[in-house]
Design a binder for this molecule. Structure first.
Ligand SMILES: O=C(O)[C@H](O)[C@@H](O)[C@H](O)[C@H](O)COP(=O)(O)O
Length: 248
């Protein structure tokens, strides 16, 4: 059973996500010294900035020095490249932290731009450092129903069908840039909690496909079906305007 929080315009989706993350942080830190979270790129980093940096009630409660931050997917570009998810997160969140800093795990930049064998090595190295007990995954949802760099087209079926490798090279991505690494379903299966964030009118058609049609050709709908008991969606009413279903 998927949990969905629909936010009206005047609601504060970033605040709701921030409170959710504080609860996940406190749950993790009641059992260990670290809160291990893997994040997406895209608009998510702006929501994290609003919810964890700019929200004056939440910001002081974030124990950043006990966070370990990984990426569920990353573009195979230099870390200071405008397309880098690490770079976007650094600009939106890390650069605003003055005292406590989290441990952040970018890809191995020294192998970027060296060709297919090195791209596979980047993926393998990331798989080797990625914990098998992530506390939380924070995922986006593309207008085509992709998440991470798991795309719904025939060409990229090799990624969603992978059962062993936990991080793979995604080539010819339909969403530029072309070369990325991405976690696969085994990582979603291992994770304790999964949260999606989707906002805006551009997501209306795909929200209908995911929640009404339940089209499991879409990686996002498939994740709802496979792992729904640990999936929470944070959406705004603009994105959810075409969804008729009331139970998920
Ligand atoms: O590296 C990436 O491109 C992202 O990880 C990607 O999976 C993103 O989460 C979705 O494309 C949604 O992006 P928006 O929220 O910006 O629409």
């Amino acid at each position: 059973m998927v949990t969905v929080h629909v936010h009206a315009a005047q609601d504060n989706l970033p605040e709701r996500l921030g409170k959710y993350l504080l609860a996940e942080q406190d749950k993790a830190l009641s059992q260990s010294n670290t809160f291990k979270v893997a994040i997406s790129g895209g608009s998510l980093v702006n929501v994290l900035k609003k919810g964890l940096i700019e929200d004056s009630k939440i910001a002081p409660k974030v124990k950043w020095d006990q966070w370990e931050i990984y990426f569920v997917d990353e573009r195979i570009v230099p870390l200071n490249h405008p397309d880098s998810n690490y770079g976007a997160f650094k600009f939106s969140v890390l650069d605003h932290l003055t005292t406590k800093q989290p441990k952040v795990f970018p890809l191995n930049e020294s192998l970027v731009g060296k060709g297919p064998e090195e791209n596979k090595k980047i993926a393998q190295e990331y798989e080797d450092l990625l914990p098998k007990d992530l506390d939380s995954l924070l995922l986006g949802c593309g207008p085509d129903g992709h998440t991470c760099s798991l795309f719904p087209d025939e060409v990229h079926k090799y990624l969603i069908e992978e059962k062993k490798q936990r991080v793979m090279w995604c080539y010819d991505s339909p969403k530029p840039p072309s070369d990325r690494i991405t976690v696969t379903l085994p990582v979603l299966a291992e994770a304790k909690e999964i949260a999606f964030v989707a906002e805006g009118a551009s997501k209306q058609p795909i929200m209908h496909e995911i929640f009404d049609v339940k089209n499991t050709e879409l990686p996002t709908a498939l994740i709802n079906k496979l792992y729904g008991d640990k999936v929470t969606w944070f959406v705004n009413d603009e994105a959810f305007a075409k969804v008729e279903t009331k139970t998920f």
